[in-house]
Design a protein around this ligand. Structure first.
Ligand SMILES: C[S@@+](CC[C@H](N)C(=O)[O-])C[C@H]1O[C@@H](n2cnc3c(N)ncnc32)[C@H](O)[C@@H]1O
Length: 246
């Protein structure tokens, strides 16, 4: 049986309870895959090597997104928007969950690390500002921990553009602002993280899940939401929006 990772009194289950609201178990071959991905960052800085390894191992998004790709028969051509150092996209590619990757980000050092790690693979990492401009056509848009960092208007605009760019589905890891103590804790962590990295101006504007869901349903997607916080006190959820399903 797939374990429900939230407790019975958890706000998520009273508001979102549905057959899809189950955390996905990580694939059994995850440790070997993480090893293969981290090996590709061997030439990167010590910080990047540590970041990539720790992020892949500890963030429940890694296992959940790889498992989702497997359950969906692969994500096909993936556009990873706000790809950072590209480790999640490369894990998808090496694990057979994607046929190709285009990663977009505005952070030059992260892109450099991603490009180097993706050498020889069907993966491209380009500089772009997600708040403007065209997006590459793809089967699946991956948007992990990015949306809430944009101003409100830019979030709406990006959602409309990803809905137009994705032929099959959107996979969004989102911050649920209405998840009780988890949301309060998550917000404190975001403020501390910004202070630590001198990014005081970056916004923390998580869109309420019902609004996010309604917006994508209006564009013709069938939306399901599942918790993506296993083992952490964070309010992270994984939203899958499938075109024309159901
Ligand atoms: C929290 S990180 C997540 C990185 C990656 N998705 C992951 O899961 O490892 C957010 C990323 O979004 C990027 N980002 C934020 N705003 C952006 C914008 N307007 N245009 C392009 N990239 C942006 C940042 O540079 C950063 O790499």
């Amino acid at each position: 049986m797939t374990p429900r990772l939230a407790g019975p009194g958890d706000a998520f289950h009273t508001r979102h309870a549905s057959p899809e609201a189950r955390a996905l178990p990580a694939p059994p071959d995850l440790p070997a895959l993480i090893h293969a991905v981290t090996a590709r960052y061997a030439g990167a800085s010590r910080y990047t090597r540590h970041y990539v390894r720790t992020k892949l191992r500890r963030d429940p998004a890694t296992g959940a997104i790889l498992a989702l790709a497997r359950r969906q028969g692969g994500f096909g051509a993936v556009a990873d928007l706000g790809c950072g150092r590209g480790q999640l996209a490369l894990a998808l590619l090496l694990g057979g969950g994607a046929t190709s990757i285009i990663g977009l980000d505005h952070d030059a050092p992260s892109l450099r690390a991603a490009r180097h790690a993706g050498t020889g693979l069907p993966a491209r990492f380009d500089a772009a500002d997600l708040s403007a401009g065209p997006l590459p056509p793809c089967d699946t848009v991956l948007l992990v921990d990015v949306l809430y960092q944009l101003p409100d208007a830019a979030q709406h605009d990006l959602l409309a553009r990803i809905a137009a760019a994705a032929r099959r589905r959107l996979v969004i890891r989102a911050f649920d602002p209405d998840c009780g103590w988890r949301s309060r804790f998550g917000r404190v962590m975001e403020v501390l993280n910004r202070a630590l990295h001198g990014r005081h101006a970056a916004s923390i504007r998580p869109m309420p899940l019902p609004a996010l869901r309604a917006l994508l349903e209006l564009q013709g997607f069938r939306v399901s939401v599942m918790p993506c916080w296993a083992g952490t006190p964070l309010p992270n959820v994984l939203l899958l929006a499938e075109r024309g399903a159901g």
